[in-house]
Design a protein around this ligand. Structure first.
Ligand code: UDX
Length: 428
């Protein structure tokens, strides 16, 4: 089947590359010409392990094409995936501007029956809206179906998640359309669940909101663990052994960030409100998360005067294995630290270039050791393996002080103590 993917952001590009890898002919389209020119030359717009190699291979072997021309993408394909940005507005309402614009273009250029597959995370009811916009703009009256097929990939593991998903959700208003999308997944060894169009749209939000709830729950429990002098790691293990709960996404810390959880929780609260429902659990999940940084910062301030201190910050990206800084707890914490008139030195294995554009009042170190050299305080905010595997003895020796704040519980308290650190983590 000939597939076009509109939008070469995280979801669009990874999806396009993986479907080419599975043997389909894929056109990746983006209106940003520079991005397309770069992709043709093998330059990826994002850092994602394994993406470049797979993209270059499939491009060279003639299965993966790039274009900035929407007409080409629409006319040359049977199945069109919409994977454009859905950046939230201030009030977390989803901005559907890009989705609507693409729907209009699809209508204009449609030259025969097509299946339109929505991959972007969009509020329930958007599939019907896309259908209406296409119909209103059709120059040539041809049949089409709109299907929702949400993407569940994680940044940093996007290729593997897309090739080996836990499940594929296909939401459609008729079985024939759903089956056309099932077809493109036939070589994947996974569960394919066909649902109503609107259910699929909600499943995406529900998944992310549930995972965010797990994180805010464990973080709240971590606060109680601190007050009761118990250990959140042991508690997470203990409850995680119950198969109904599971150990994953119970890592306490400085809170969740990234392009999805904050946006999707906010958007689901907003959508619920539009339907007259107060999703109060999620309002609390959001509130707990937003309070994490302040709480962590307060812990630092309670322990030591931060004014004029040299503070080494390890990690800038919102989580390891990505250069993504969106809603990054690290950047938020750094803002607090800078207000204290302290000197902040930062290091991140891959997110430094992205940070330099917006984060000006800090010093950038070349590696973790240079970062901690002469520091009064070290703070770990992103648990990169590079930090987990670092020579802690060397770090201790290089630092001027002995204070180590760990926002991700990356180290064992007794080992840190033995090494001579005054070590503070979360919920332990
Ligand atoms: C998430 C979903 O996992 C994915 O299915 C969806 O398609 C997009 O959103 P992603 O944003 O890439 O993926 O990151 P994820 O690995 O889920 O982590 C999200 C945030 O939660 C990170 O800031 C991470 O540090 C934090 N987190 C995760 C915790 O604080 N504790 C945990 O136990 C797990």
């Amino acid at each position: 089947m000939k597939i076009s993917v509109i939008g070469t952001g995280y979801v669009g590009l990874v999806t396009g590359v993986v479907f080419a890898q599975l043997g389909h002919t894929v056109i990746c389209m983006d209106k940003n010409r520079e991005k397309i020119d770069n992709l043709k030359r093998g330059i990826m717009p994002i850092y994602e392990p394994g993406l470049k190699e797979m993209a270059v291979k499939n491009h060279d072997e003639g299965r993966l094409f790039y274009t900035w021309d929407i007409k080409e993408a629409v006319t040359k394909s049977d199945l069109i995936m919409i994977a454009v940005d859905t950046m939230p507005k201030e009030n977390w309402q989803t901005n559907l501007g890009s989705v609507k614009a693409v729907a209009k273009d699809i209508g204009i250029w449609m030259n025969g029956y097509k299946v339109i597959v929505n991959k972007s995370t969009v509020p329930v009811g958007t599939g019907n809206l896309v259908e209406r916009i296409i119909r209103q703009n059709q120059k040539k009256k041809c049949g089409f179906d709109v299907v929702s097929n949400p993407e569940f990939l994680r940044e940093g593991q996007a290729i593997n998640d897309t090739l080996h998903p836990d499940r594929v959700i296909i939401g459609a208003e008729n079985t024939a359309a759903a089956m056309k999308v099932v077809e493109i997944y036939q070589d994947m060894n996974t569960v394919v669940k066909v649902t109503k169009l609107k259910s699929a749209e909600l499943i995406k939000y529900a998944s992310n909101a549930f995972l965010a709830t797990k994180i805010s729950f464990i973080n709240s429990l971590a606060d109680l663990a601190e007050l009761t002098e118990s250990d959140i790691e042991e508690i997470a293990e203990g409850i995680g052994l119950d198969k109904r709960i599971g150990r994953q996404f119970l890592n306490a810390g400085i809170g969740y960030g990234g392009s999805c959880f904050p946006k999707d929780v906010g958007s689901l609260i907003y959508t619920a409100k539009e339907f007259g429902y107060d999703f109060s659990i999620l309002r609390e999940v959001k509130r707990v998360n937003e309070a994490r940084i302040e709480r962590f910062f307060a812990k630092m301030k309670k322990t030591v005067k931060l004014k004029k201190k040299r503070i080494a910050v390890l990690g800038l990206s919102f989580k390891p294995d990505t250069d993504d800084l969106r809603e990054s707890p690290s950047l938020k914490l750094i803002k607090f630290l800078l207000k204290e008139d302290s000197e902040v030195i930062v290091y991140d294995p891959v997110a430094m270039d992205n940070a330099k554009a917006s984060l000006k009042r800090v010093k950038y170190a070349k590696n973790a050791y240079e970062c901690v050299k002469g520091a009064d305080i070290t703070v770990l905010v992103t648990e990169w393996n590079e930090f987990r595997n670092a020579d802690l003895k060397k770090i201790k020796k290089l630092m001027k002080g002995d204070l180590f704040f760990d926002g991700r519980n990356a180290f064992e308290p007794h080992i840190m103590k033995k090494l001579g650190f005054r070590y503070f983590s979360v919920g332990r």
